[in-house]
Design a protein around this ligand. Structure first.
Ligand SMILES: Cc1cc2nc3c(=O)[nH]c(=O)nc-3n(C[C@H](O)[C@H](O)[C@H](O)COP(=O)(O)O)c2cc1C
Length: 377
């Protein structure tokens, strides 16, 4: 089947992935109405077209954090990415470098932040989870500094573990717990299983050195015990004072919080509801974006994620006030659906969809899209 949209990647991914891995990727909090709302909110936006504009030369490059990127999007941090598809993290990181877009490595990734920095160079961003163990937080920040990272996203929207019903029903843990059903899933998805056996079992490459135990179940318990409700503005301010590079809280949804982040000296904000994975009843990030933009003013970098499934959605995000967006599930569907060629195919597809959308509405570059905000209100 020829890939015509991100949904085609998802169809293929679903077929090729063990069910526990697909559900971990595809699912979300509670009844998953938050995931649906994220996508529907994008679909509901209408773009006002200008005609009789010469659109033959369109340029998708974007400026953010003082440098020019090939496209106005990067990849969102995804924990245990190599569980979704073997070597997914390094595969996406390579494609991101080739397209000159950012690749964000997650704290609970399977590839070390040092290795990702070597693969993606200055296109690598680091995402920090502030866990309970101070030694781990300080260790990760120092390592990110030493490895040469300039941009650190600090995820602030996990004050307490989420209730993801698919994962609860599947008894999903990382490292995964063996059961006859898990074994069956591995048997009926031989490509995933063989490739995983060759690549090595997915592990917490950044975090496990701080854990007191290395065997599967105690390690899984230690990792989930790291979610802490103590992380607050004072702690974020301390991180601000310590980290010399760009510091960007990820997961704010209100004008008040974005304004506060700006006041304490953050370099931007990722407006996000974690892709509907934390609480089903949160508003979508795209519906909150206009008031956040109004509060922080035009010059403050706003990056948006949650619900982006097409280049048309990316154009809508930028026209609604975002400077840049992050692609979460869509990229992982691509790599799981197509393997090594997935990330480039996804980047090319999203770019082609953006070019088409911009051409249809008469815009040739990202800045004019931002300035004119052609959204029907
Ligand atoms: C499987 C999966 C794992 C994720 N892991 C992390 C993570 O480790 N850190 C983080 O900040 N966000 C994580 N996220 C959230 C994404 O960074 C991003 O906010 C979200 O996927 C955007 O929504 P979308 O999937 O609808 O594009 C994860 C999302 C998914 C789907």
């Amino acid at each position: 089947m020829t890939i015509a949209s991100v949904w085609d990647f998802r169809t293929r991914a679903r077929r090729r992935m063990p069910r526990f891995a697909f559900d971990y990727l595809d699912g979300g909090a509670g009844d998953e109405s938050g995931i649906r709302r994220n996508i529907e909110a994008f679909d509901a936006i209408r773009l006002k077209p200008r005609m009789l504009v010469n659109i033959e030369n369109r340029d998708l490059s974007a400026t953010l954090f003082g440098r020019k990127w090939g496209l106005p999007f990067g990849t969102a941090p995804i924990g245990v990415g190599n569980l979704l598809w073997p070597r997914a993290e390094e595969t996406i990181a390579r494609a991101a470098l080739a397209a000159n877009i950012p690749y964000t490595i997650s704290t609970p990734a399977c590839t070390s932040l040092e290795d990702i920095r070597k693969i993606a160079g200055e296109n690598a961003w680091f995402q920090l989870y502030v866990g309970r163990a101070e030694e781990m937080v300080q260790g990760l920040v120092s390592r990110a500094e030493e490895a040469g990272y300039d941009v650190m996203l600090v995820t602030v929207d996990v004050p307490t573990p989420p209730r993801r019903l698919r994962d609860i029903r599947n008894n999903f843990t990382m490292p995964f717990a063996w059961s006859p059903w898990v074994f069956w899933q591995l048997l009926i998805h031989p490509e995933w299983s063989i490739r995983t056996a060759i690549a090595g079992r997915p592990r917490f490459a950044n975090m496990e050195r701080y854990a007191p135990a290395t065997t599967a179940q105690p390690l899984a318990r230690y990792m989930s015990s790291q979610v802490t409700g103590r992380f607050d503005w004072a702690e974020l301010k301390k991180l601000r004072d310590r980290w010399k590079g760009k510091l960007v809280p990820k997961g704010l949804l209100t004008a008040e919080d974005a304004q506060m982040a700006k006041e304490i000296g953050c370099d931007g904000v990722v407006v996000s509801n974690h892709g509907g994975r934390q609480l089903a009843s949160l508003p979508s990030s795209i519906e909150m974006l206009p008031e956040i933009r109004a509060a922080v003013g035009p010059g403050f970098p706003l990056i948006l994620d949650s619900g982006i499934r097409s280049g048309e959605h990316i154009v809508k995000a930028i026209a609604s006030g975002a400077d840049f967006v992050l692609i979460g599930r869509a990229m992982m569907y691509a790599v799981a659906g197509l393997g090594a060629s997935g990330p480039k195919t996804a980047i090319d597809l999203l770019s082609a969809e953006m070019l088409n959308t911009m051409g249809q509405i008469g815009y040739t570059d990202i800045d004019s899209l931002k300035k004119n905000s052609p959204v029907l209100r």
